[in-house]
Design a protein around this ligand. Structure first.
Ligand code: GDP
Length: 202
């Protein structure tokens, strides 16, 4: 699984504005600071391809990157800014839910979860929403290179990953596929690209 070309195509503010060529796509989503831009750049091996605004309250966009002229990686805005006003959070939910429920070429959502800290309520809520709406999902655990720290709950990434999976089990008929990743060591990169290739060929 190789990435030969990666091209920014467009930013859309609505699902209806997204590309209409019908190429299959995978959406990356996660809490702000989860490591989404780092992972996206490591997947395509480019520095700063994902130049998206990180300021809360700014217009939220759906960013399409075309890979090898045949499929899309889609960067969705991060959720869970501590500083975001309630209204911005509500808008975020409406915005992405519309995309998840109506985007026909969406093959799978890749939900990024920080494996260096214990499970967060907002991530559990998000995973359960996707599960309950039967939206295909893959879990990408990020920052797996980080060692355990007392201030982060004192658990290793592997333990946090196991805890998270236990907590979401009830929302899924089958456990969602999951991959441990690190943008520092590139752990998981090949596995993600292979998994995406398999999903496209179903
Ligand atoms: P985003 O807000 O989700 O796009 O997150 P960023 O990609 O900007 O990363 C947030 C912070 O986490 C930055 O300080 C990164 O250097 C750090 N980070 C991201 N990925 C990793 C990783 O795989 N390992 C480690 N140790 N740190 C990471």
């Amino acid at each position: 699984a190789q990435v030969a070309t990666a091209e920014f195509i467009k930013s859309s503010t609505k699902t209806e504005e997204c590309p209409t060529d019908g190429l299959p796509e995978f959406a990356l989503v996660g809490r702000s600071n989860v490591g989404k831009s780092s992972l996206l750049n490591s997947l395509v091996r480019r520095k700063r391809l994902a130049l998206t605004s990180k300021k809360p309250g700014k217009t939220q966009c759906i960013n399409h990157f075309r890979i090898n002229d045949s499929w899309y990686l889609v960067d969705l805005p991060g959720y869970g800014y501590a500083s975001a006003p309630q209204e911005a959070r509500a808008n975020w939910y409406e915005f992405t839910k519309n995309y998840f429920l109506n985007r026909e070429s969406l093959v799978s959502v890749f939900l990024l979860i920080d494996a260096s800290i214990p499970a967060k309520k907002i991530d559990l809520e998000y995973a359960s929403w996707l599960g309950q709406n039967q939206i295909p999902m893959t879990l990408l655990f990020t920052k797996c290179d980080k060692r355990k720290k007392k201030k982060n709950g004192g658990k290793r990434p592997e333990e946090n990953v196991e805890d998270f999976q236990k907590l979401i089990r009830e929302y899924f008929k089958e456990a969602p596929p999951w991959i441990m990743t690190s943008s520092v060591t590139n752990q998981g990169r090949e596995e993600i690209l292979l998994h995406m290739a398999q999903l496209r060929n179903y």
